[in-house]
Design a protein around this ligand. Structure first.
Ligand code: PMP
Length: 436
């Protein structure tokens, strides 16, 4: 038994992504990883979107090396430090002025899940109400309330009942319209349904503490909500005095072609949940919210590692580079190129269905093509086979969504048109082998 077999033997069987892969990953540069045998793998997952600049970006390496050697503190609970000042300035500079000018930030334990916990807690304190509205297919994390807000993602949903008070509404998932109609009516039907629930005193959830939503569902299968739907949701929550929480843990920081996905709809949230790319690849999470909600007591959301200065330095440098290099616009262009290539592939392989996304948050349904406006059954087994064959062909992609039947592409934002070509070639090989 070699040492990595020993390691695999020691790791929990709950391990997910790499459970089926033998590879040992030794180094990475840009969008490429290299395994022990020297084989190159294009990373189309980027640590679930946490590496917008890819692996070992030279500027990040430089900034971090200097910081670590500088004598500044590396961990600081919630003490005031120069690195925190720079980080908060950079972050607030990225937020729309309308939101930033009224916003407060709370540092959380460094995971998206904990920031979601904070957001829900904040809304419950601020409103004195308990119920939360979330959406089918949502993914908000793996801890108590965040897990309870996960909308029917099968095996990820945990065991038995979690904390109560979370209620699910249909997300505007056009390909599998929750109302069974064709996609053209999905947005309107789901907003009307939510309106009825909010306006019916007997629904039991007429006055929730918050609505939490992803502007583009990530784990749920890279499903973008339309601008119209998001605007209608914003108007409805405003009309009813309900704080709107945007979970941009995955979609934030230039990935969708805007710095934040909600910007494409021209709305602002009351609460914004951020993690993943926020720390430039290092663990960091915050909740940013309208100051009118700042009603929770002192110490209400503490956490030992919320003052990770290394992540703040990496995050600040990442935000600066995202802006300087116009990576939001670049993500938009590369996303269009990728989707257009995927649609070409889908024309050749009928098992590939709907191709959709926003920027570089792209999903492909692995299913029979739509017939008469209705989607075929999702084919999770084939999606997993494609993922395995893709790894053999030198491409790391993830599956997710309903039935696990969506291939998800979340590459670093720095990829070039020729990288997109290489991704498509490798995927082509993978699909060919998976169907054999
Ligand atoms: N919210 C969203 C939208 C996510 O995609 C994720 C992670 N995939 C989380 C929350 C939870 O983040 P973490 O895994 O860091 O707890």
């Amino acid at each position: 038994m070699n040492r990595y077999e020993v390691l695999r033997g020691r790791e929990s069987q709950a391990r997910t992504y790499a459970a089926n892969f033998e590879g040992v990953f030794e180094s990475g540069a840009g969008i490429r990883l290299r395994d022990q045998s020297g084989r190159e793998i294009i990373d189309c997952l980027a640590c679930a979107g946490a590496l917008p600049l890819g692996h070992n970006h030279p500027e990040l390496v430089e900034v971090l090396t200097q910081f670590i050697k500088s004598g500044h503190v590396h961990q600081a609970l919630d003490l005031t430090t120069p690195a925190k000042y720079e980080f908060v300035q950079e972050l607030f500079g990225l937020l729309p002025e309308e939101f930033a000018s009224r916003a407060k930030v709370q540092f959380c334990s460094p995971s998206g899940s904990d920031a979601v916990e904070a957001a829900l807690k904040l809304a419950r304190f601020a409103t004195g109400r308990h119920n939360i509205i979330a959406f089918h297919g949502a993914y908000h994390g793996m801890t108590g309330n965040a897990l309870a807000a996960m909308g029917n993602l099968g095996p990820k949903a945990g065991i038995g009942p979690g904390p109560g008070g979370i209620h699910f509404m249909p997300y505007p998932y056009r390909f599998r319209c929750p109302f069974g109609t064709d996609g053209s009516q999905t947005d309107e039907l789901s907003i009307n349904y939510l309106r009825r629930v909010l306006e019916d005193p007997e629904s039991g959830i007429a006055k929730p503490a918050a609505v939490i939503v992803e502007a583009v569902q990530g784990e749920g299968g890279c499903i973008p909500a339309s601008g119209d739907w998001l605007r209608a949701l914003r108007a409805l929550t405003q009309e009813h005095g309900i704080p709107l929480i945007l979970d941009e843990v995955q979609s934030g920081f230039a990935r969708t072609g805007q710095m934040f996905a909600f910007e494409s709809a021209g709305i602002v949230p009351d609460v914004l949940v951020l993690s993943k790319a926020l720390g430039g690849g290092f663990p960091l999470a915050v909740v940013v919210y309208d100051q009118s909600l700042d009603k929770w007591p002192r110490g209400m959301h503490a956490g030992t590692f919320r003052g990770n200065q290394i992540a703040m330095v990496a995050g600040q440098a990442t935000m600066r580079i995202l802006q300087r290099d116009g990576l939001a616009q670049h993500a938009q262009k590369m996303g269009e190129l990728l989707m257009s290539g995927l649609r070409d592939l889908a024309r050749r392989y009928p098992a590939l269905g709907d191709v959709r996304g926003r920027g570089l948050m792209v999903g492909v349904e692995v299913a029979e093509p739509q017939q008469g406006g209705q989607p075929g059954p999702g084919n999770g087994a084939l999606a997993r086979a494609i993922k395995r064959c893709a790894m053999e062909a030198g491409l790391m992609v993830e599956t997710g969504g309903r039935h696990g039947a969506v291939l998800r592409f979340l590459p670093p934002l720095i990829l070039t048109p020729s990288d997109v070509g290489a991704i498509l070639d490798r995927l082509d090989t993978a699909v060919f082998h998976a169907l054999k």
